[in-house]
Each structure stands twice: as structure tokens, then as C-alpha cells.
Design a protein. Sequence first.
Length: 189
Amino acid sequence: MNGAFSAKAVRLETPRLILRPWTQADLEDLYAYARVDGVGQLAGWTPHRCLEESQFILDMFIGEDKTLALEHRETGKVIGSIGLEELAHLGPELDPLRGREIGYVLSRDFWGQGLMPEAVRAVMDYCFGTLHYDFLTCGYFTRNTQSRRVNEKLGFRFYKQITLDTRYDTVETTNLNLLWNPEREEAHV
Ligand SMILES: CC(C)(COP(=O)(O)OP(=O)(O)OC[C@H]1O[C@@H](n2cnc3c(N)ncnc32)[C@H](O)[C@@H]1OP(=O)(O)O)[C@@H](O)C(=O)NCCC(=O)NCCS
């Protein structure tokens, strides 16, 4: 089952980032990284073509209340997002347990500095330590070695392979990984 989550209730701080709800003031920052070619395609969406498209997505982020903005302390800019999505593609053995699927995107200008592992670690601590989730999942297209590396660094393990239809009419083979709350880990190894 889906663990309860409200982005509005969250503010997490890491050495280089503040994770907090999206606001309307973040529109230009969202457009700046979402318009760049080769970023969204790795996560199943196409680059934003205009500010209005980013406005639509920003309104969705705020309305759905399940996506956090990653504010870069040094520049004060929002440089990415982490979503806590509803669960899908899981087996019945997980139905009675609480979890969510993590999705993330980072501005291309900041790739390779370990920022997303730093951010996801803070979300893991919050979901397991404060919200007492049993598990988190994370899916990435098998060609997305960058996201695979983030999963590996954080201890996610392979759960199952699925195929996903993207919003730009391709079919992507996707690895769905799973991470247990460390307090439950022993029961599942
Ligand atoms: C996946 C993503 C969030 C990783 O964030 P990050 O903060 O750069 O993560 P890391 O710094 O740990 O780097 C992860 C891997 O990316 C690769 N990488 C690093 N810099 C890179 C660059 N400039 N270009 C391409 N790949 C790069 C490396 O393989 C690295 O692994 P390594 O540390 O073992 O060398 C980021 O690449 C991204 O936003 N990608 C586009 C959207 C996406 O893939 N979302 C996930 C969908 S499931």
C-alpha cells in the first residue's frame, strides 16, 4: 500500500541541498533545467518546450503534493526534484506493507557531484525513520546507467524487470529495485 506522504510537511537539509515543497516562485528554475535536451528523456518525459509547459508541471507538483524541490544552497536555485510516487507493478506480497516509488531528476549542470545520492539519502531517512515505511522502490530504464549507479550507491536491490510505455511513444525496459527499511531488513534477506 502507499505510505502517507505530504510534500507540504517536509523540509530536509543536507550539506549542499534543501529539500522542500515547490512554490510558484520556482517556475524559472524548473524551466531552466527541464528544457535541456537529454535530461527528461532518461526519466520518460520530453524537454519542456516553453515556460507554459513548466507552469503546467509546476501546478501539478504543487497540487499533487508528492514532489520535493531540491534547492541548491550555494546558488539558491532549484536544480532538481524528487517525487514520492504511488506504487505500481508490485507483487501481492508487498500489498500489506507501506512504501512509495522514488523518482528523481537533476539539472544537467550538476551531474556527477553526488548530489542526488545525498538528496535521496535524506528522503530515505525521512521515509524510514519518521514515516516508518517498510520499503521504497525505484525504477530506471536499463539504458540509464547514471540512475543505476545512484541506486547501487544507496543500496537498492533488483526486484523485477518490467516494460513501460513512455510519453514519447517508446517502450523502455525498466529495472524496478527495492530498498527495505533497515529495521525490517533482517526479515527479508
Ligand atoms: C540520475 C541522476 C539523478 C544522477 O544524479 P547525480 O547527482 O549526477 O548522481 P551521481 O553524482 O552519483 O552520478 C551518478 C552517475 O552518473 C554518471 N555521470 C556522472 N557525471 C556525468 C555526466 N556529466 N554525464 C553523464 N553521466 C555522468 C556516472 O556514471 C555516475 O556514477 P559514478 O559516480 O559511479 O561515476 C542524473 O544523472 C539525472 O538527473 N539524470 C536524468 C534524469 C534521470 O535519469 N532520472 C532518473 C530516472 S529513474
